[in-house]
Write a protein that binds this ligand. Structure first.
Ligand SMILES: Nc1nc2c(ncn2[C@@H]2O[C@H](COP(=O)(O)OP(=O)(O)OP(=O)(O)O)[C@@H](O)[C@H]2O)c(=O)[nH]1
Ligand SMILES: [Mg+2]
Length: 409
């Protein structure tokens, strides 16, 4: 089973670079048709509206990216969702969508069995958000029976761009409509975690390594899902959806990842859960619909003995809903490439209530600007209509309502 990875915009490609650095070191991933083709080249497509970042991916001789899977436009989309979604018709940059879908099609044709697409992109950049949304829409249309999973990066809350709330609103509502699952990584949350215990400033590269480590934590092959003959059939990215998305309308997945050298699994889990945000800003406990814990490290098979204890700790920390009789699944892998040598890692994927807080903030901040008519002319100029904006507000609000019903005790 094979997956195609699509990296969109600067952020999607930079996080992608860190992701592949880890994935390409994992022996099981290297031999799994999920990630690479018969010639060991990545099953990945890289697109940006400007050339610098994507072209640097193939500058390296040992790069496993196929040159024809790298697509670049002529100029960036100015942090404007509408410009990314509709493209620059008059500037000869209008073929980016078609060319990207063509490139994905060629990668799909090289797969014996194509399972689905993983899209990595930011929620705030014009390309990552607008072109990312458009590509998800086209992929759903082109491959209606295959999985579509978005890995989206949420911007820092303290204003990077005045358009970031609109862009997040429009993108999140598109992802809710067209994707089967949406893993949201929050730049603020990752930065805060990495800053703890250090007085040095944390680089974007370190943030990307952490995000990539958590994605690899759940995507790389596990021993739990190996076939009987010991071959990885590569179910992980989409088996995750089966495990943590018990209802089709509840698609938002949160990742918590921690690694350490030489420690017991109980201790590692304790330290991981210590990093979990359990309460919202009003002091109300978040809840979770379903979780998967992936433990990676040499003696991970020893976990079987203590599984019930670990599951119970996760169930309590995440305040899992009562109606789900199996709210925690555990997968293990003996190899751990997500961090330094000899370390073990725990990654927990959860369909967690913190997404409601994020969606609610995006709606509220966008609504204040929208009602004042602020910055809207930038969106009308590139073809966005008022109906699309109104639909996006409605889609996100009904997502929140559905979550609140499912999460209520
Ligand atoms: N974690 C992480 N976030 C990034 C990175 N680069 C940009 N971002 C975030 O992504 C958002 C900006 O998106 P970009 O990916 O730079 O923009 P783009 O998709 O290329 O779109 P345009 O440049 O507007 O055409 C901001 O919220 C940044 O904080 C990165 O390498 N890592
Ligand atoms: Mg850019």
């Amino acid at each position: 089973m094979s997956t195609v990875f699509l990296h969109v915009g600067q952020c999607g490609n930079q996080v992608g670079r860190s992701f592949w650095k880890i994935a390409n070191q994992d022996k099981k991933a290297e031999n799994s048709a999920t990630f690479v083709d018969a010639e060991k080249m990545q099953r990945s497509v890289h697109v940006d509206s400007e050339p610098k970042v994507v072209h640097s991916l193939i500058a390296n001789q040992r790069s496993r990216v196929r040159k024809k899977n790298v697509l670049a436009g002529k100029r960036g989309r100015g942090s404007n969702w509408a410009m990314g979604y509709y493209g620059l018709q008059s500037k000869g940059d209008d073929t980016l969508v078609e060319n990207t879908i063509d490139a994905v099609r060629h990668v799909v044709e090289r797969c014996d069995s194509f399972t689905g697409t993983v899209v990595m992109h930011s929620l705030a950049g014009g390309t990552g958000s607008g072109l990312g949304s458009r590509l998800c829409e086209c992929l759903r249309d082109e491959y209606p029976m295959n999985y579509l999973l978005s890995c989206a990066i949420a911007p820092f809350a303290s204003g990077e761009s005045p358009l970031q709330h609109y862009n997040s609103l429009l993108t999140l509502s598109h992802l809710q409509r067209y994707c089967d699952g949406v893993i949201v990584s929050y730049n603020d949350e990752v930065l805060k975690r990495l800053e703890k215990g250090t007085d040095r400033s944390v680089s974007f590269e370190a943030v990307n390594r952490h995000i990539a480590g958590s994605l690899c934590g759940v995507f790389l092959p596990t021993d739990t899902l190996l076939s009987k003959c010991g071959y990885s059939s590569g179910q992980e990215p989409f088996e995750l959806l089966r495990a943590v998305c018990p209802m089709p309308a509840h698609k938002f997945i949160h990742l918590l990842h921690h690694s350490k050298k030489k420690t017991s699994w109980e201790e590692l889990l304790k330290e991981t859960l210590y990093r979990l945000r359990r309460y919202d800003e009003h002091g109300k406990l978040f809840s979770s619909l379903a979780n998967v814990m992936v433990a990676r490290g040499q003696d991970s098979s020893s976990i079987n003995r203590i599984q019930p204890k670990l599951k119970s700790k996760i169930q309590t920390a995440y305040n899992c809903v009562r109606w789900n009789p199996f709210p925690v699944d555990v997968w293990t892998a003996t190899s751990n490439m997500t961090s330094t040598r000899d370390s073990s890692s725990v990654t927990i994927a959860a369909n967690y209530g913190c997404c409601v807080e994020h969606l609610d903030t995006v709606i509220k901040k966008s609504k204040i600007m929208y009602d004042a008519g602020a910055y809207l002319h930038w969106y009308w100029r590139y073809g966005l209509t008022q109906e699309m904006f109104d639909e996006s507000f409605e889609t996100l609000q009904s997502t929140i309502d559905e979550y609140q019903t499912a999460l209520s005790p």
